[in-house]
Design a protein around this ligand. Structure first.
Ligand SMILES: [Zn+2]
Ligand SMILES: [Zn+2]
Length: 154
């Protein structure tokens, strides 16, 4: 196990919720933390399969849900109805800008958004625990946009 601390956090979480502690769940945790960037449940399942894992698709799906509840992963929705996940472990909270044409995702941070999120929570009588923002836009520099280039070549 490379991510001992994450493993411990997840083990505690599973115990607290009386969830079964199975090696498969930790296999999913490991693969999810090692995945570079944003991934869907199917993408993770396929990459695990390619690495000769025998974990079932159902286990991948329900473990991802548990990992989000344990706040080791963040759930992202980039408007195309597919849920994406990314590691939240030892990562700074960040926001996303998504190109509506090519789907390119750029990550950014902005203190104003962080403060605003806490303030809005407080004003409405909540303690803000996490927040997620997506800005939907279109690549301005056309050479950077694969979608635009594909269209031009067609
Ligand atoms: Zn991200
Ligand atoms: Zn684009």
């Amino acid at each position: 196990m490379k991510n001992n601390q994450a493993t411990e956090l997840f083990r505690d979480f599973l115990k607290r919720g009386s969830n079964r502690i199975t090696p498969e769940r930790f296999e999913v945790l490991e693969a999810a933390l090692e995945f570079d960037g944003h991934f869907s449940a199917d993408e993770l399942f396929i990459s695990m399969k390619n690495n000769h894992s025998h974990v079932s698709r159902a286990t991948v799906y329900n473990t991802l849900e548990l990992l989000c509840q344990a706040e080791l992963l963040s759930l992202r929705n980039f408007s195309n109805k597919v849920n994406y996940y990314e590691s939240n472990f030892k990562r700074q909270n960040h926001f996303h800008l998504v190109c509506m044409d090519c789907g390119r995702i750029v990550e950014f941070t902005d203190n104003r958004l962080e403060e605003m999120s806490k303030e809005i929570g407080e004003n409405l009588g909540f303690k803000t625990s996490s927040y997620s923002y997506n800005i939907f836009a279109r690549c301005e520099k056309k050479p950077d946009c694969p979608w635009y280039n594909g269209k031009k070549n067609a």
